[in-house]
Design a protein around this ligand. Structure first.
Ligand SMILES: Nc1nc2c(ncn2[C@@H]2O[C@H](COP(=O)(O)OP(=O)(O)OP(=O)(O)O)[C@@H](O)[C@H]2O)c(=O)[nH]1
Length: 262
């Protein structure tokens, strides 16, 4: 730690809060305007970690499959309508034996006030109250990206069970999107796109097919839920409601990409 930081850290403000911590909190506050949680769910090996890595780093994790143990998260800040939106993306383990861990996080995926968990002794919540800063107002709501693998019938069949579980454990107003991953594996496809579309329509959730390998639709999936969450959080009374289905359709049209029920 630099001498400057060390000396700042040593100094206490009137209310006992270190100036160093306050300054760090303030700088992180400026980094984004609003934060949301996005959870990746679905059977083991459908590609949750790969989708996250594709979105976060623009790379594909090929090679040997290493199953996620427990739960992990990564942050990415995206721009939505000129606002900096921080997505805290939780990668869950698809294996049945970790299911109880995942359940605990469904509920926690909402209303978590202090997002700057990386700072020891973070006083951000106190800062929100004392400085009237509303930009970090909360993880106002959250989204779930539910994945199946288009080459695995069982992962598709299990989507109904996942949705039942989500309705049991998650907050009622959570944004849900269904993703059929691994579209690059056309030769091994066992689930037609229409089947994914039909299931999504039945549950009234947006749907698209993705490939963590080629990157197709991965960014669009995250941006669509970020936009939906941001609009829900900042919607003015006389503003028209954001339509995630229309947004996805128009973005796909722009890119000339594959259709899909939304
Ligand atoms: N061809 C292809 N392979 C993929 C794609 N996405 C993931 N994979 C492969 O599928 C395997 C499983 O991917 P993961 O991302 O680790 O799966 P996961 O859903 O996170 O699995 P758990 O951690 O057990 O829940 C790995 O071998 C990946 O390389 C994709 O879009 N295309």
């Amino acid at each position: 730690m630099s001498t400057k930081k060390a000396s700042l850290k040593d100094k206490e403000t009137k209310n006992g809060t270190s100036k160093y911590v306050l300054e760090r909190c303030a700088s992180v506050c400026q980094y984004f305007d609003i934060a949301f949680k996005v959870m990746l769910l679905g059977d083991s090996a459908v590609g949750k970690t790969c989708v996250l890595v594709r979105f976060k780093d623009g790379a594909f994790l090929g090679g040997n499959f290493i199953a996620t143990v427990g739960i992990d998260f990564r942050n990415k800040v995206v721009t939505v309508d000129n606002a900096k939106v921080k997505l805290q993306i939780w990668d869950t383990a698809g294996q049945e034996r970790f299911r109880s861990v995942t359940h605990a996080y469904y509920r926690d995926a909402q209303g978590n006030l202090c997002s700057i968990k990386t700072l020891p002794g973070c006083v951000c919540c106190r800062m929100l109250r004392t400085r009237g800063c509303v930009r970090l107002s909360a993880f106002l709501s959250s989204a779930l990206l539910l994945l199946y693998d288009i080459t695995s019938k069982s992962s598709f069949d299990n989507i109904r069970a996942w949705l039942t579980e989500i309705h049991e454990y998650a907050q009622k107003d959570v944004v849900i999107m269904l993703l059929g991953n691994k579209t690059d594996m056309a030769g091994e496809r066992v689930i037609k796109r229409e089947e994914g579309e039909k299931l999504a329509k039945e549950y009234g959730v947006p749907f698209m097919e993705t490939s963590a390998k080629t990157g197709v639709n991965v960014e669009l999936a995250f941006l669509a839920v970020a936009k939906e969450l941001k609009h829900r959080a900042a919607q003015q009374p006389n503003e028209p409601k954001f339509q995630i289905h229309d947004y996805i359709a128009s973005e796909k049209q722009k890119s000339g990409c594959c259709g899909g029920y939304m």
